[in-house]
Design a protein around this ligand. Structure first.
Ligand code: FE2
Length: 241
């Protein structure tokens, strides 16, 4: 099992501050059934600015530490990009999830659909696949029931080879059309669910949206988005000694 979104590296963003904490998180992840984890530290101009080489070195160092501890967890490189006005500055040196074309991107509050569409179109032209980090947390998808047609879901199922996607599912018509969601599905974007969302960790709207996305089979990937051992204990419980 793979965790596609995790702040496992020490001292690089708002994740663990010591390598001991990272190792504790790794043990918890293994105990929960993971064998592979993408290390996806934030890249936010003015806040978390570690460059790609720093991330690669940190992944290699932590992997060596885990190997020494005989913790069977494969670490892969990634980043969590932030879709603000500074994002374009990173366009020339983007780091997708290792060995994939997926670029993990979170939406800041108050992002507007036009910015998402313009930026994602540029990424798609670069042969990348935008992967939206925890879309259920974005207000763009809150309290909005899409009127996207079932055929869109069929296209998604075909593209991502999603046997779990229920062709009979249909979006419930709501107050507003969610044209952005339809556009993202049409453009084969990926949707990464945060597992804590289903527990209500980010509030009722995120939880309701996560349940809706899950029911409709929109999610293509999942992640813990863990930042600490405590976060993983809340999600999975304590690891075995
Ligand atoms: Fe994150």
């Amino acid at each position: 099992m793979t965790d596609y979104h995790c702040h496992l590296l020490p001292n690089i963003d708002d994740g663990p501050t010591t390598i001991d904490e990272s190792i504790e998180m790794a043990k918890l992840l293994v105990n929960a059934g993971y064998d592979t984890v993408y290390c996806t530290p934030h890249l936010i101009k003015g806040l978390y600015e570690a460059d790609n080489n720093t991330v690669k070195t940190a992944v290699s160092d932590l992997q060596n530490a885990l190997n020494q501890e005989k913790i069977a967890l494969q670490l892969l490189c990634g980043r969590e990009y932030f879709l603000d006005s500074n994002f374009m500055k990173f366009m020339s040196d983007l780091m997708p999830l290792e060995n994939t074309r997926y670029l993990l991107i979170e939406f800041p509050p108050h992002t507007y659909p036009g910015m998402v569409q313009d930026t994602f179109s540029a990424l798609i032209r670069k042969n990348l696949i935008p992967m939206i980090a925890h879309p259920e947390r974005s207000e763009l998808f809150h309290e909005q029931q899409s009127t996207a047609q079932p055929k869109k879901l069929s296209k998604l199922k075909t593209f991502f080879h999603l046997p779990h996607l229920n062709d009979q599912s249909s979006f419930t018509p709501g107050k507003r059309d969610n044209k952005l969601l339809t556009w993202l599905i049409d453009h084969h974007c990926a949707f990464q669910q945060n597992l804590p969302s289903l527990l209500g960790t980010y509030g009722e709207q995120a939880q309701a949206t996560a349940e809706n996305f899950k029911r409709l089979g929109i999610y293509t990937h999942s992640g813990t988005d863990a930042h600490s051992p405590e976060g993983l204990i809340k999600l999975f419980g304590q690891h075995e000694p």
